[in-house]
Design a protein around this ligand. Structure first.
Ligand code: 4NP
Length: 158
């Protein structure tokens, strides 16, 4: 059975596209692409159909990652279709918990709870920050967290 991962943030144009791309890269490097499906979505609907913020795209390009997905809003069906739904910060987690139908199959997890230090577990929204340092920071957090989650998942620990 293919395991499905959905990366979620507020707008689906900054953090969750990076998290999606890094998770795909992590899985590809492990040679297990056939066993996983990775997507991303937003809490809000403001950026539906749009590509990521140019700073998210340039951060991915800098790290040799291709990205072609477009923003979409999370929907009820996602909670039945996906095995793991990740938020980036506490606000995302609280929104996900209130959107989840009672019969939700998905495990709702905060990405930074995997592999990151306690003080570094929030993947901060870089959208309103000037420049692209916040995007690089989010990328680096995603690299560590995706690898740590993947390791736990294949070991059957999560
Ligand atoms: P993201 O960043 O949640 O990491 O995609 C944001 C992008 C857009 C908005 C908020 C956060 N916005 O309010 O439009």
């Amino acid at each position: 059975m293919v395991k499905k991962i959905l990366m979620v943030c507020l707008g689906n144009i900054c953090r969750s596209p990076i998290a999606e791309a890094v998770m795909i890269e992590t899985i590809e490097k492990a040679g297990t692409s056939a066993e996983w499906k990775v997507d991303s979505a937003a809490i809000g609907d403001w950026h539906r159909g749009n590509p990521p913020d140019h700073r998210a795209l340039s951060t991915m390009t800098k790290h040799n990652i291709k990205y072609n997905n477009k923003a979409r809003q999370i929907k009820k069906q996602d909670f039945h279709d996906f095995d793991y739904i990740f938020g980036m910060d506490e606000e995302n987690m609280s929104d996900l918990r209130s959107l989840a139908p009672p019969s939700s199959k998905a495990k709702l997890l905060m990405l930074g709870d995997f592999g990151l230090d306690k003080g570094d577990r929030i993947i901060v929204d870089p959208y309103y920050q000037r420049g692209d340092a916040g995007f690089e920071k989010a990328y680096q957090q995603c690299v560590v967290a995706c690898a740590a989650f993947y390791e736990q998942a294949v070991a059957g620990k999560i």
